[in-house]
Design a binder for this molecule. Structure first.
Ligand code: ADP
Ligand code: ADP
Length: 231
């Protein structure tokens, strides 16, 4: 069965906009799955429901066959779902290590020692072969490096499923190449990746399958090998 499944998802925003209508999305364990479609197709809305940022108006979400309810991002993180935002959720004036452990305090009012944060950062970076300087300030980092910190943050919190929202929009071609190498490595290590993009060329290079949305509906799900050249 699917690792994550979204069945008959409809999302109506309070202003009456129907952003998703009867959408089907099925994520297999270990795959890199693209969600594509033009602006306004409903990609962000679907992604937000996967991460507890919005709740479906109708339909159900299943994780490993069990129905789940995601009321907020913390609940998604606790279930092993991680998100790399397009606009990074990092504190610019903090160091990488500080950002890595932010919100992970063992109990209210008790922080993680800085040396421990540095150690955790180094350990996670080594495990996933991603090099970052734990003591660098986030505001001094390149965009590609900030993205790496976000990925590591999600991995440190136990993300089995990693959702990336248009991750290449802010990257140089070199940084994009590097990101793809890293994502392929994560896949080898057993992680499952949701890659939101409207660039078919990139999707073909990286992904195993693609779900295409159009006008809030699922237009189709395809194996990348079957997607024709001219599209
Ligand atoms: P995409 O990510 O594919 O561009 P979105 O999910 O952002 O698509 O948008 C789908 C539709 O829902 C669009 O018509 C958009 O304007 C609308 N929409 C998105 N977010 C909201 C919101 N918070 N409130 C009302 N309408 C929204
Ligand atoms: P992005 O493409 O980075 O998601 P947008 O400008 O599309 O940025 O959306 C910014 C925020 O506004 C999002 O949280 C989105 O849900 C919300 N939004 C988008 N379209 C609408 C809309 N028609 N009405 C209300 N909120 C919207």
């Amino acid at each position: 069965g699917a690792l994550l499944e979204m069945r008959n998802i409809t999302k109506v925003y309070p202003n009456g906009v129907v952003a998703n209508q009867n959408v089907q999305f099925s994520l297999q364990e270990g795959e890199i799955h693209a969600i594509a479609g033009e602006n306004g197709a409903g990609k962000s809305t679907l992604m937000k429901m996967m991460f507890g940022m919005e709740e479906p108006s109708e339909g159900e979400i299943l994780l490993k066959g069990k129905q789940i309810k995601l009321g907020n991002p913390q609940e998604a993180i606790a279930l092993g779902i991680g998100m790399v935002h397009q606009h990074f959720m990092l504190v610019p004036s903090f160091t990488v290590a500080e950002n890595m452990v932010l919100g992970m305090e063992p109990r209210r009012g008790v922080g993680i020692h800085y040396a421990e944060a540095v150690r955790l950062t180094e350990e996670t970076a080594r495990k996933y072969n991603l090099s970052v300087n734990p003591r660098a300030k986030v505001e001094d980092l390149s965009v590609g490096m900030k993205q790496k910190v976000e990925i590591l943050k999600a991995l440190l919190r136990g993300a089995e499923i990693l959702i990336l929202d248009e991750p290449t929009a802010v990257l140089t071609p070199q940084e994009t190449e590097e990101l793809f190498r890293e994502l392929k490595l994560l896949k080898q290590k057993g992680h499952t990746i949701v890659f939101i993009s409207h660039k078919l060329k990139e999707v073909k290079e990286l992904c195993d399958r693609i779900t295409i949305l159009r006008g809030g509906r699922t237009e189709g799900v395809f194996n990348i090998a079957d997607v024709s050249e001219q599209e």
